[in-house]
Design a protein around this ligand. Structure first.
Ligand SMILES: NC(=O)c1ccc[n+]([C@@H]2O[C@H](COP(=O)([O-])OP(=O)(O)OC[C@H]3O[C@@H](n4cnc5c(N)ncnc54)[C@H](OP(=O)(O)O)[C@@H]3O)[C@@H](O)[C@H]2O)c1
Length: 317
């Protein structure tokens, strides 16, 4: 397959961002968009020069000219579209958070594995070149053994119960929207923790406004992580090792630069970032016959979904 033909499910804000990102994608193009409404699908297709528009997600999934589907609906609405695509034999790239619940994540993973169809969470941070370099630096022992990760992702949002970010039915709240990044980052570097302690607050709609979480490991390693819709903050991560540390500069989920500290010597490295890296990675996996990404494996997606569930249970009470 020379060029992967992508269909987008959910013509919202992120879908529009992804269309722009496709200008940098080497391996594919967008050929179709699906919506619950034919009018919205057609408007999005016309605005973004997409050849085909479908007035239902079922029609998008049934389109024989679509090789892979990118799911950009709100989190709880990822599940049915991902399951339908997998049942139709079509690979899926599913926006973060992968689903709204552990049960839904398990259902998608089981369906993908039993059908032998590729599925991946669109955790784009793991594919950005800065994080690729972090993996290399850590693997080479440049900062020794990683013992701790400290980080925040904060995005002030004025409370608006009509926005999906504040609506429990649409997977709202700071944990699924922002926490997924810090939790996935720590899980990538440290593995899945033994204990999770979390505190935070909620909006009147019941979704969390802020959270702070400590991840603990039996061998003494730890992560301290936070996220918030009520404050402004840098979105910065520090990775602490036995021989040095790495500052992942704001905003870490699309890091423009790193400073690597070894024996009081600092080296700053600069990077591109964007969504094209994860999209090209999907094409690479498919070309290699892989049903899962080695960088964002489904077991990690499940582990992070379980961490989010623990944080949610402790913050929402
Ligand atoms: N990776 C990133 O940097 C990033 C950034 C922002 C968002 N995201 C993720 O992208 C996803 C979409 O976020 P967004 O901000 O683009 O949301 P959005 O602007 O609200 O758009 C979501 C789209 O989903 C469709 N949809 C399907 N079922 C729906 C339902 N029951 N209720 C509401 N909409 C429904 C809607 O299209 P129709 O009504 O036309 O079907 C809507 O256009 C989320 O999972 C979010 O976490 C990722």
């Amino acid at each position: 397959m020379e060029t992967l033909r992508w269909g987008i499910a959910g013509p919202g804000r992120m879908a529009a961002t992804m269309v722009e990102a496709f200008e940098h994608v080497r391996t594919g193009r967008i050929v179709a968009v699906g919506s619950r409404s034919a009018d919205r699908a057609e408007a999005f297709a016309a605005e973004h020069d997409i050849p085909r528009a479908h007035g239902s997600y079922a029609d998008l999934v049934a389109d024989p000219e679509v090789d892979a589907i990118y799911v950009a609906t709100p989190h709880p609405q990822h599940t049915d579209i991902a399951l339908a695509a997998i049942a139709a034999g079509t690979p899926v790239l599913v926006e973060k958070a992968f689903t709204a619940t552990v049960e839904d994540t398990r259902a998608v993973i089981e369906a993908a594995r039993s059908a032998g169809i590729f599925a991946m969470e669109a955790m784009w941070t793991r594919f950005n070149p800065a994080v690729e370099r972090i993996r290399e630096l850590v693997a080479r022992g440049e900062i020794g053994d990683v013992r701790a990760v400290h980080g925040d992702l904060t995005a002030f949002r004025a409370y608006d119960p009509s926005d999906r970010l504040f609506d429990p039915a649409l997977g709202g709240g700071a944990v699924l929207d922002l926490g997924v990044y810090v939790l996935s980052f720590a899980q990538h570097l440290l593995g899945t923790p033994d204990v999770v302690h979390a505190v935070g607050g909620t909006f009147p709609s019941g979704v969390e406004s802020d959270f702070s979480a400590v991840l603990g490991y039996a061998d003494g390693r730890s992560a301290t992580l936070s996220g918030s819709f009520t404050t402004y903050g840098p979105g910065r991560v520090m990775i602490l090792g036995t021989a040095g540390w790495i500052d992942v500069h704001p905003r870490f989920h699309r890091a423009p630069s790193l400073t690597v500290w070894r024996e009081k010597q600092a080296e700053t490295l600069e990077f591109d970032s964007g969504y094209a890296f994860e999209v090209d990675h999907v094409a690479d996996c498919l070309a290699r016959g892989l049903n899962e990404s080695p960088i964002m494996p489904l077991d990690d997606t499940l582990a992070v979904q379980q961490l989010m569930a623990q944080v949610l249970a402790q913050v929402r009470g």
